[in-house]
Every structure is written in C-alpha cells, then in structure tokens.
Design a protein around this ligand. Structure first.
Ligand SMILES: [Zn+2]
Length: 130
C-alpha cells in the first residue's frame, strides 16, 4: 500500500487540537498515534513518524514539550541536541583547582539541557500552554 505524507500544516493543526483537548500527552508515540488517527479520517494512506510529530510539536509556541531524561552511565561528547537536532553548547564549570571542566550541555533552540549523567531524552510530555 502506498503511503502519503501529510503537510506540516495538517500535522500541526492536529497536534494543537489534540494537546488542547487534554491535560497532557504522555509520549511522542501516543501523540503521533492520535495525530494519525485523525489524519486517517481524511485519508487512509497518510503516514507520519513519531519523531516528525515531536519535531513539529516543538515549533508550536502554545505547546510546551517537557523532556524526561534517562540516566546514562557516561557521556563523552554530543554534537547536536537529541531533542530537536539543533546546535548544542557545552556548559562549563570550574573544579576545585580552578580548571575549566565540562559539566553538561544546553541546546540553543529548545529547553533541553543536561548534565553529564542525565543525558538521553527518553520520554516527552506535551502540554497545552495556550
Ligand atoms: Zn534542542
């Protein structure tokens, strides 16, 4: 069966409707399932990935995306934001001997920030803020 890719506008409209009508959506999988359900009413062949839904949700000012992270044993280096794939900046601190050390990362675009232990976003929460 052929798949159709819905436009950003269509997806964004559904994300808004869904998030607005609920207290919060627990994960990007749940959100994308709800979006798909509504889009399929229009066209059964529409298909969209949870990652695309999440990325579009990040662009909507009235939708707040909270990120829950999972503890990872060790992080060396990351090149881009694991949430929105924007540029990520190192957060530096100083240790007891006044040397600069890396203490975490912060995204230039979204609200993602992390210390070196709490790193990987595992779960997203979508909340309507109006
Ligand atoms: Zn980001």
């Amino acid at each position: 069966m052929k798949r159709k890719i819905p436009s950003n506008e269509k997806i964004i409209e559904q994300i808004k409707n869904i998030v607005k009508s609920r207290f919060g959506i627990e994960s990007q999988e749940v959100l994308s399932q709800l979006v798909m359900k509504r889009l399929k009413r229009e066209d059964k062949l529409f298909s969209v990935s949870p990652n695309r839904v999440k990325k579009l949700a990040l662009t909507i000012p009235s939708v707040h995306v909270k990120v829950k992270t999972k503890k990872m044993p060790k992080i060396d280096k990351i090149d881009k934001c694991p949430v929105c794939e924007s540029k990520i900046l190192p957060l530096e601190g100083t240790n007891l001997s006044n040397k600069k050390i890396l203490i975490g990362y912060k995204c230039v675009n979204c609200s993602y920030s992390s210390d070196l232990e709490h790193f990987m976003p595992m779960k997203y929460l979508f909340v309507w803020k109006g």
